[in-house]
Design a protein around this ligand. Structure first.
Ligand code: BGC
Length: 765
């Protein structure tokens, strides 16, 4: 038998803190009733039926619908994944509730990641809005639409912090900052789950991927994570903890190993930390096929050992590989797995079903059997207005030379680029239940906006890439990228001809959605070369050039930022993407987004993030020196910093006033600034508060985001923005891994991005 060494000492360090944090209240009446109900049910269950509850399956070529139906009737299935329409779900639920021995309803799970039928911007885009109300709106609508289809649980939100834009899944995250990600995590979980999980309009959240998946080495998907405990607790674990505190009903375990131990077999992670210290009472789900992958990780010899490791580590629900179903009976018989371990896992599954109200009414999410046929993809089901609203709030204006933007709705506008007419890409990845035909492309959005006031002319100008092997990769599962078979030169020539007739060029360039996805890591994070050739040719026409960027990760835009007059980062902005982008381009909406992730100058700077340590030899641009922490062949800072984004108006921020120069423990300090709209248009911006612990028992980041406020001001209007600072904001995991604030000097920074900030200082006594 192999032994997995857990972070024993680390776990021990946290036990005391954990007890205080999870000082649990007496169980409520509901919890009591639930427990009585589940006890009673479990007494009637056979071993096979209990193990059946641990099986999360999906229909596929190896497991047909008929075979699944038979297994449901036999009590061998606990939950379904990837079945997303009412009729299909009802059909399966009938098998469970009317034809299985104990009539235990199934639970239906799906990846509702940034919208369900209505697709909102990708998560990195939503994070760029820094607008928690907008994010909550997307969550509520996702829950409404998903629950109306019969779904009960979403594998979302992805709260993995990441500092590596090479990783394709950055698109699913909320960026590099643990505070911003934590706030969004809590917001979305509450939005999905509502006040009552049993309501027919709520779905259970399953935050993911626990843990540290965003720190895979080299940004290569599924790769190893190796990390110091301080960094882990301070920077990476906080959003998962916030998700637990927000009451997430479930969690998905990550595919990576942490310091050599795969999460799926990581008892310290799932039991000591998540259950015992954080007090998580929800359902723990393996990622797709992850238990079986323990063999390839090299910690299990075979499926039997893999199942044993996973259940002992605390994984309740087994997605896809059914190793629990095939291995647990023998493992129990041999005494390697106890009845208690199986019962515990089964109880968590039943408990989730109880919380969702499925035992009360297994059809609650499915309407009545005789309801008129339900058109799953009906236009009337979409929430276009909300998608447009969130879509425009998620865009970030990176450059606007000579106030080229907003554009006027007149003259001739050349719309160029491989992404200009794409409906598929504008929706982004993980938009599985969204319909491509219902998405608004950039071209369509511009056409809707100008009507007959301006003329649009169009040329594709380039394929997304002309690298045949990359195109083959992108189209390996489905023909996601349409390829124009003309030569690169011919396409550019046509585009230049079209552009020459226009007053302004709007070029949609970047990545296809599949380039920023699971298993889509990139070693080069720039715009593919053939698109760059197109950009150069467009620039050479001498016409004003607006680059509308569509991409799922921070790109290296060093070169593009020199070519373009205006740069608008639109990410993949959802079903209403084209209309939302047109709103921004024509000034019907004044952009207010701010980057949730640093944009590097080159891939060699990665990892680059704003909250880094100072080092003993920090680089000072005013006095660079030789022996300082820098690259001699690249500027030190980012191209665009965390928190950055322009507006069509200008804002002025006053110096910071502090209510006192000292902070007493249990006391409060107020940091105030006056924000003024000094431009000609109404606009919103994000006022950001950062703190720095100047001297502590361990070296602390040069600044850390601790609060923010999104503020709307009319031209000439000003507002005093106050931030409260308390001891809680100063706490960190110190040299002994104790979460505490240490006395001494602190700096307060307030700015409209993480670099250009006002500064003040106080002392914690
Ligand atoms: C991904 C998860 C996802 C699951 C089900 C896995 O490959 O890592 O994020 O929820 O598939 O689609």
């Amino acid at each position: 038998m192999k032994k997995l060494y857990v972070l024993g000492t680390l776990a021990a360090c946290f036990c005391a803190a954990a007890l205080a944090e999870t000082d649990r209240a007496a169980p409520s009446v509901r919890e009591h009733d639930k427990s009585v109900f589940i006890d009673k049910l479990m007494k009637q269950m056979t071993l096979e039926e209990k193990i059946g509850q641990l099986n999360l399956v999906s229909v596929g070529p190896d497991y047909t619908k008929d075979a699944i139906m038979a297994d449901i009737r036999a009590g061998k299935v606990g939950a379904m994944f990837n079945t997303v329409t009412r009729p299909d779900i009802r059909q399966m639920q009938v098998q469970a509730v009317e034809h299985s021995r104990l009539k235990i309803p199934l639970l239906y799970a799906y990846d509702v990641v940034h919208g369900h039928r209505t697709i909102f911007p990708i998560n990195l885009g939503m994070a760029s809005s820094w607008d928690l109300d907008a994010i909550a709106l997307s969550g509520r609508i996702s829950a409404e639409e998903a629950s109306a289809d019969g779904l009960n649980l979403t594998f979302s939100p992805t709260v993995d912090v990441t500092r590596d834009p090479r990783w394709g899944r950055v698109s699913e995250t909320f960026g590099e900052d643990s505070y911003l990600t934590s706030r969004i995590a809590g917001t979305l979980i509450k939005a999905y789950q509502g006040d009552d999980l049993a309501s027919a309009h709520s779905i259970m959240a399953s935050f993911k991927h626990f843990a540290l998946y965003g720190a895979t080495e080299g940004g290569r998907d599924y790769n190893t994570v190796d990390m110091s405990p301080q960094r882990m607790f301070q920077d990476y674990l906080a959003p998962y903890k916030a998700a637990v505190e927000a009451g997430s009903g479930s969690v998905m375990v990550s595919l990576n190993a942490i310091n050599g131990i795969p999460s799926t077999a990581n008892r310290w992670l799932l039991k000591d930390l998540l259950r015992d210290q954080w007090g998580f009472k929800g359902l723990i789900i393996s990622d797709h096929g992850a238990i079986n992958e323990l063999i390839r990780h090299g910690v299990a010899e075979d499926g039997r050992e893999a199942a044993k490791l996973a259940i002992k580590a605390g994984v309740d629900l087994n997605m896809h590989d059914d190793l629990y179903g095939t291995q647990l009976p023998a493992l129990l018989k041999s005494g390697e797995v106890s009845q208690q371990e199986i019962d515990d896992a089964c109880r968590y599954v039943l408990s989730a079903k109880y919380d969702l109200g499925l035992f009360k009414d297994p059809y609650a999410f499915l309407g009545k059997p005789n309801d008129p046929p339900f058109d799953t993809n009906a236009e009337s089901r979409l929430h276009r207005e909300a998608a447009r609203e969130v879509g425009r709030k998620s865009q970030v204006l990176l450059k606007n030379k000579g106030n080229l933007l907003p554009l006027e709705k007149n003259g001739t506008i050349a719309v160029i680029g491989p992404l200009a007419k794409s409906q598929r890409d504008v929706m982004g990845n993980w938009s599985a239940a969204g319909m491509t035909q219902q998405a608004v492309s950039l071209y369509q959005g511009l056409a809707n906006a100008v009507g007959d006031k301006a003329t649009l002319v169009y040329a594709k100008g380039a394929n997304i890439t002309d690298d045949a092997s990359i195109l083959a990769y992108l189209n390996s599962y489905d023909p996601a990228v349409e390829v124009d078979h003309r030569s690169t030169e011919d396409m550019i020539e046509e585009a230049v001809e079209v552009a020459s007739k226009a007053d302004v060029i709007v070029a949609a360039v970047g990545e296809s959605q599949g380039m920023a996805h699971e298993a889509s890591s990139r070693a080069h994070i720039d715009i593919p070369n053939n698109q760059r050739r197109l950009i150069r040719a467009l620039k050479d026409t001498g016409k004003p050039l607006v680059l509308v960027l569509m991409n799922g990760r921070p790109l290296d835009l060093s070169w593009e930022s020199q070519q373009a007059d205006a740069l608008l980062e639109t990410w993949f902005s959802g079903t209403e993407g084209g209309n939302a982008i047109a709103d921004v381009l024509f000034g019907d909406y004044n952009p207010s987004g701010k980057l949730p992730m640093t944009f590097p100058r080159s891939v060699g700077q990665i990892p680059i993030y704003y909250n880094h340590l100072n080092t003993g030899r920090p680089f000072n641009p005013k006095d660079p020196g030789k022996y300082t922490s820098r690259y001699f062949d690249e500027a030190n800072g980012p191209l665009y910093p965390f928190g950055y984004g322009l507006s069509y108006t200008t804002f002025d921020l006053s110096d910071i006033t502090l209510s006192s120069g000292t902070l007493h423990r249990n006391g409060r300090l107020k940091a105030s600034v006056t924000l003024k709209n000094t431009g000609q248009r109404a606009g919103e911006t994000v006022v950001q508060l950062y703190l720095r612990d100047v001297t502590a028992s361990i070296s602390r980041p040069i600044k850390e985001l601790k609060n923010f406020r999104k503020v709307m001001l009319q031209p000439g209007e000003e507002e005093i923005i106050d931030f409260d600072i308390s001891e809680e904001d100063l706490k960190f995991y110190n040299a002994d891994l104790k979460y505490a604030a240490e006395p001494g000097a602190f700096k307060v920074y307030i700015g409209l991005d993480s670099e250009e900030v006002k500064e003040q200082q106080f002392r914690l006594l």
